[in-house]
Design a protein around this ligand. Sequence first.
Ligand code: FAD
Ligand code: NAI
Length: 507
Amino acid sequence: RSFLQILGRTTLIGLVAGVGSFYYITQRERHPGSQLPFDDTKKTLVVLGSGWGATSLLKALDTTEYNVVVISPKNYFLFTPLLPSVAVGTLNPRSIIQSIRYITRHKTRGVSVIEAEAQAVDPVGRTVSFSDNSPIKGETSTRTIPYDYLVISVGAEVQTFGIPGVQEHACFMKELADAEQASLMQKQFMDCIESAAFPGQSKEEVERLLHMVVVGGGPTGIELSGELHDFLEDDLKSWYPELASKIKITLVEALPSVLPMFSKQLIDYTESTFKESKIDIMTKTMVKEVKDKSVVLQMPDKSMKELPCGMVVWAGGNKGRQVTKDLMARLPADQTNRRGIIVDDYLRMKGTDGIYAIGDCSATSYAPTAQVAAQQGAYLARMLVQMAKKDSLENKLETLETEQTKVADDEERKRIADEVNVARGQMAKIKLRPFHYSHQGSLAYIGSEKAIADLPFMNGNIASGGMATYLFWRSAYLSTLFSLRNRTLVATDWLKVRLFGRDVARD
Ligand code: FAD
Ligand code: NAI
């Protein structure tokens, strides 16, 4: 046989095996088996949220020892790092979400998933009240349930500092509602362009309509500006050649530089890339008001300036949710940090018993990132298993010790005493270790196929562009996506955009 024939056969076998295992995995994931029912003798663990922290906890948790209840107003997990790609139509919003049941249905013991918003936590009575805030409600839409352990992982909402006009006129980039708004944002952007193309539009009005302002020079604002620039370069230049050169992106940041959490080298690289990409960065400039057709800025010299624009995207950072703030307000002596819930080294909410807080709703020394939330969730899952073991040994000891007092027979007493010693030995081995964060590096896409990375190895900083970086950035996200389904959908979206470009049709 020729070498080519052998190669052809090997390739074919590899292909069939690959397709076969892909099919097998998808089907196994689609058809989960039966689960253990709730058990009255087990403790109830209530988890609030279905984001990075909660999902990571649920993935790692052995549910055998708990009756787990998940309460979240969204019945899905959202992969936030790819949200800016949705805003410019690179990705379909549905490609980066996955129903939380996709995890819970694969657990040993069934998990109760409730699509509702937690309204109040009573740390004394150990209860959570929640309500169904979706458009369609049944006869019952509010409930209060007890918990033994409560994990708060409700994330944060967008910080607007009460600046007038932000809620009314700006687009956000935080949740899927925003992502849908984000694809709406693309529609709004396209509307601005089509209106600019309307015959007879004055030069000033064309300039205004084609001016896009991004507020906030944190990673969200930077990534979004980069994606907008790609949309302009890759697609709009082809379909709107007469207008594309007039499209302007301005990034406004109140601090002296963008990306304060990255090193100076990476900040410089980002700023010079933006300069080449013709994205204006205005630092030491604060947005004071957002109007229908403009933003009001306080300039570095404290003078005020009104900047006409067609659209404003707000990426001004995080603030606590109402449910978090209300709970903290019940514990004024212990919960004194305005950034979020104060926890100890074991992620226990200070001033409470049985309540844990993870992710963006907590105030720790770490940045509010997905990486931190995910590691905290996985840590807590391990802790909860240890705690269940400890609880069960404590129960066993209690029973044995009671038995010991009742038994008269010496031999029987000795047997129980041995068992007590064994249980005590096992108890002593259970060590609850404090949470330790291991930083795996930060990565941000800055447009033009360039990304910056601060890594805990290789000297720390990597700033590079080109196909290798682009592939590295994409493969890093692809590998951290939630499921094979998400990976397939995202990879397909990327391929579609490579082949056909982003859709500029407005529906
Ligand atoms: P979330 O993931 O926000 O989850 C909160 C959950 O709580 C949601 O399911 C929500 O529906 C639910 N919830 C809300 N209110 C209630 C309520 N009242 N009751 C019950 N449930 C409730 N971090 C990185 O490390 N790398 C990145 O590349 C990155 N990119 C990002 C890009 C964007 C555009 C954004 C916005 C953030 C990005 N982050 C990134 C930050 C990261 O998304 C957050 O740090 C992370 O989501 C925090 O996880 P969490 O579980 O605390 O909150
Ligand atoms: P952020 O808090 O990091 O940045 C918000 C920025 O907006 C701040 O620099 C602030 O000075 C600025 N700002 C606020 N109000 C303003 C105003 N009125 N005028 C002008 N500027 C104003 O928020 P961001 O970017 O949403 O990130 C939130 C968290 O998510 C961070 O911890 C970040 O690290 C993480 N994240 C990480 C990403 C990554 O690693 N690739 C991507 C996106 C977010």
